[in-house]
Design a protein around this ligand. Structure first.
Ligand SMILES: [Zn+2]
Length: 280
């Protein structure tokens, strides 16, 4: 998506899964960049990535160390100034330490995210730990951190209050993969208010009336053929306001992409595509 307002332009590119890249040509902001898109089995004890024709990559199991596919990252990510993380599950954070080391970007996330970044070798000055409620200015960019909730998995009984232990040094595995709290973010950049959710639930009081120009809303289900959006997603849009504004469901039309199933570009046509922008 590329839009002009005055002389400033902002480009939003879906990176697959919950990941986005936003740039005004001067700054590059990444959200939950997860380019590795691992094949895995038995996540949460029952979730496997589906078999994809021609995908011969290794499959990670519960006892395997989860490692970033640096070639996949390098093929897409060349620079970043900020990396915003919604929560600490590996399909949101696994590539973050490598990208942060490579780009020297500032990583913004929960304490659990900071601990994972530190364990991944990200230098301390690049780490910014937030809890939700902060509103920071970085020159012409400002970032409001919004307390939020993780997707309502497990028959909408999902709850995971665990955090990453402060002495965690790795390796990352599915059996030590915890949420560590969930955040959403409102970016103000080049005259635009861009609201991003990296997971599929929210706290109504925290998003009431935000009226973003663009809302990047996770909108997938756990099945390979999503028939209807999650209730949390469908009820979220009226609350944030902005009925004439642009909303971009962050998913592929035929794949539960937001939840980060393994996929190759041929599977998910929007993986690298800059999404078209509807008119205001
Ligand atoms: Zn998660």
């Amino acid at each position: 998506m590329t839009r002009a307002r005055g002389v400033a332009r902002v480009r939003l590119t879906h990176l697959g899964a919950a990941g986005w890249e936003i740039t005004d040509g001067q700054r590059v902001i990444l959200m939950d960049p997860y380019l590795s898109r691992l094949r895995y089995r038995a996540r949460f004890g029952l979730l496997d990535t589906p078999e994809l024709p021609g995908d011969t990559r290794r499959v990670f199991g519960p006892d395997d160390d989860l490692v970033s596919d640096t070639a996949a990252v390098d093929a897409r990510i060349t620079r970043a100034d900020f990396i915003l993380i919604s929560h600490s599950h590996f399909n949101h954070t696994l590539d973050m330490p490598y990208i942060a080391r490579k780009t020297a970007a500032t990583v913004i996330g929960t304490e659990s995210t900071t601990i994972l970044a530190r364990a991944g070798g990200v230098p301390e000055p690049q780490l910014l730990t937030v809890r939700g409620g902060e509103d920071y200015a970085f020159g012409a960019l400002s970032i409001k951190v919004i307390p939020s909730l993780h997707s309502a998995l497990n028959g909408k009984h999902y709850y995971d209050g665990r955090v990453v232990p402060r002495d965690f040094r790795g390796p990352r595995r599915m059996d030590n993969d915890v949420e560590g709290g969930t955040l959403a973010y409102l970016l103000r950049l080049a005259g635009y208010r861009i609201l991003w959710f990296g997971s599929m639930n929210y706290l109504e009081r925290e998003v009431q009336g935000l009226r973003p120009d663009v809302a990047l809303i996770a909108a997938a289900t756990l099945t390979a053929a999503p028939a209807a959006p999650q209730t949390a997603t469908s009820r979220r849009t009226p609350v944030i306001g902005g009925s004439s504004r642009v909303r971009v469901p962050a998913s592929c039309s035929s794949w539960p992409d937001v939840l980060s199933w393994s996929s190759r570009p041929r599977v998910c046509s929007t993986r690298w595509r800059t999404l078209p922008c509807s008119s205001r």
